[in-house]
Design a protein around this ligand. Structure first.
Ligand code: FES
Ligand code: FES
Length: 163
């Protein structure tokens, strides 16, 4: 099958590869770019392990062809890396929001989308925000607490408003 050269901006870095039209975004991320923090749990849009941000919106990377997102911005779990842990990463650590960790990168990307749009979500809004992500280990309660931890920490780190 013929290939075409596409560039996708991933975590702020342009990544150019020759791909077939049928290549899924999740394979572009994992196989072409060696960013293996994005997981594949089902390959059929059910589990959310492959969740990444596309121009800031959480999407399942097993549902999108790489050619559909040429020249757009993708953020993967590796994009959360900084000198310190992101409050979401800290929250999952402090509140024991993971056991095997397989779902965690996708959970964190969905939670990031939620908190970017709604910094003070209710418990119900958090549960709704992560409803596309399945966890076989934790029972979700500690994941909800982890997102609440991050929400509080992000608010505490914001400068006082009004000036
Ligand atoms: Fe994409 Fe499960 S691998 S939703
Ligand atoms: Fe194991 Fe969620 S921590 S699947």
């Amino acid at each position: 099958m013929a290939k075409k050269s596409i560039t996708i901006n991933i975590n702020g870095t342009p990544r150019t590869h020759e791909v077939e039209d049928r290549l899924l975004l999740v394979h572009f991320i994992r196989d072409n770019c060696a960013l293996t923090g994005t997981h594949i749990g089902c390959d059929s849009t059910h589990c959310g392990a492959c969740t990444v941000l596309l121009d800031g919106t959480a999407v399942k990377a097993c549902t999108i062809f790489a050619v559909q997102v040429a020249d757009r911005e993708i953020m993967t779990i590796e994009g959360m890396e900084g000198e310190a842990l992101h409050p979401l990463q800290e929250g999952f650590y402090e509140e024991h929001g993971l056991q095997c960790g397989f779902c965690t990168p996708g959970m964190i990307m969905s939670a990031k989308h939620l908190l970017d749009k709604n910094p003070k979500p209710s418990e119900e809004e958090i549960r709704c925000g992560i409803s596309g992500n399945l966890c076989r280990c934790t029972g979700y309660q500690n994941i909800v607490k982890s997102v609440q931890y991050a929400s509080k920490k992000l608010q505490a780190s914001e400068p006082a408003g009004g000036e």
